[in-house]
Design a protein around this ligand. Sequence first.
Ligand SMILES: Nc1nc2c(ncn2[C@@H]2O[C@H](COP(=O)(O)OP(=O)(O)OP(=O)(O)O)[C@@H](O)[C@H]2O)c(=O)[nH]1
Length: 388
Amino acid sequence: MSTAANTTAPAAGEKRPPVILCIGMAGSGKTTFMQRLNAHLHAKKQPPYILNLDPAVAALPFSANIDIRDTVNYKEVMKQYNLGPNGGILTALNLFTTKFDQVLGFVEKRAPSLDYILVDTPGQIEIFTWSASGSIITDTLAATYPTMIAYIIDTPRTAAPATFMSNMLYACSILYKTKVPFILVFNKTDVKPHDFAVEWMTDFEAFQEALQKDKTYMSSLMNSMSLVLDEFYAHLKVVGVSAVTGAGMDDFLKAVDEAVVEYDQEYKPELERVLEERRLKKEAEKEEQMARLMKDMAMDEKGKEVSFGGKGHTSTKGKKPLRGMTVDEDDEEEEDDDDEDDDREPRYRDDDDSENDDYEGYRVEEEERRNRMEDESLKRFLAGKRVD
Ligand SMILES: Nc1nc2c(ncn2[C@@H]2O[C@H](COP(=O)(O)OP(=O)(O)OP(=O)(O)O)[C@@H](O)[C@H]2O)c(=O)[nH]1
């Protein structure tokens, strides 16, 4: 666990404003916190760029640069898709995500003149944290900007060891899902200071002592869970704020600076490693497919195309490849020996060739099947089911 401290600034000439995703249980004070942070940054002459991703919010106490409500009317979505409120919000977010590349385009244009990008998320926390669209939005932003989660906690409602631990477990699950830097924002410190939370997170015995007071059958389970959480606390930044009085806002901004450094040192290299791994895997798959194709698609000795796999499949040895295709060196060596047919043009589609007619039918069928699958995937995605 770390508290706010001085950090290094991003590399000169490279303007990548940090993206702060505000997430929290309903009523924890996300919107009030965003309003306060917005006012604080305006006072510092660093007005943030704001994205509102909550389609169900009735009125925002600040103006958003991009508002999901301008794109989708979640009540209309509920009516049209015959959904309840949560399904409506989720589907609205899914629909908005299909346009997120355009949103990113707007953000990119403004990024050079920005210091912060703030994102307000739906009040129902799981709609963002456990949905495909939430992951897509987080990953897309994190691929370009130093992105972090500000997890807003209602401090007075977290003062009991059991609720504290439940909230920490939830935070833990979000951290492991998103993997981006994480700031625990203990809000409403004007009502209850967050010292107890800092003590419980830094002093394992103090938390054990607090747990001892719980005499229910859950206490031994909580004891073991607190051991697990001890490791998790090491990855967190903790600040106490009051969205109402404005206390702690500078501490929060220091924690944001720290999170940017963490993003650069830990998240980004990991992201690049994963992307490189994916690229190499794709390349290997492509090469493997190409090799298989080369084996299956070959010319027979008379220059006639051999059918695809199964029926009529023959070895590629001594066969001419289709035009524009590369061949294995071994095959080429054998071709050099075959001087008789060297200047022969390979034949591809032959109207008389019944095997090619078969293939044309197969190709059309395949195309129709793929289109059906894509339609199906799109429908499932719009209905809020994850498409893998
Ligand atoms: N005392 C105190 N009250 C706060 C603070 N921050 C928010 N509140 C109150 O907490 C309540 C909920 O605040 P919101 O900002 O609407 O919370 P939210 O998380 O955006 O709520 P949903 O969008 O409905 O999930 C409101 O009554 C706020 O006035 C704070 O720092 N101190």
